[in-house]
Design a binder for this molecule. Structure first.
Ligand code: GDP
Length: 147
């Protein structure tokens, strides 16, 4: 069975451009419930750990620099089949290829500054959510209990 939550980051460029509110609006319009949320600034080691899978890529250093360049908003989002549904809502990694109406089409500036992150599997949604939130900071929409 598909999972009921995913993890997202509103990236530095989108925060700087005052897109937090409009992006959260798209998230709510898409039928997602916000189960956890906070604004933070990543330390370099945190960003390196979060993007460790891309360590060998040419864009890795630039990605780390960008992701630590300013505050971000991290959140856990709940919906049936959340990972797949949210990937659909945000669109392709490259905003030039993102479908009309998707969050990246609306708010991304470039491949690197592509407005938001969304988990790519239920397993990563769980890992990434735990990376940023303790149990007492997460509240399931289904009964507003910790989960
Ligand atoms: P995502 O799951 O759609 O965010 O994509 P990936 O996990 O493949 O990549 C992580 C992040 O690295 C993306 O959101 C982009 O910000 C960045 N990225 C990925 N591919 C490239 C690339 O070819 N060039 C640059 N500059 N950044 C990239």
């Amino acid at each position: 069975m598909a999972g009921t939550f995913t993890f997202t980051i509103i990236k530095p460029g989108a925060v700087t451009n005052e897109h937090i509110g409009p992006i959260l609006n798209e998230i709510n319009k898409g039928g997602f419930h916000i189960s956890a949320m906070k604004m933070i600034k990543l330390r370099t080691t945190q960003a390196q750990n979060f993007y460790a899978i891309h360590k060998e890529k040419a864009f890795y250093d630039a990605l780390i620099k960008f992701m630590t360049s300013g505050p971000i908003v991290v959140a856990i989002l709940e919906k049936e089949n959340a990972v797949e549904e949210y990937r659909k809502l945000i669109g392709s990694t490259d905003p030039a290829k993102a479908e009309e109406g998707t969050i990246r089409k609306l708010f991304a500036q470039s491949m690197q500054q592509n407005a938001v992150h969304g988990s790519d599997s239920d397993c990563n949604a769980a890992i990434e959510s735990t990376f940023f939130f303790s149990k007492s900071e997460r509240f399931s929409i289904f009964d507003r209990r910790e989960f």
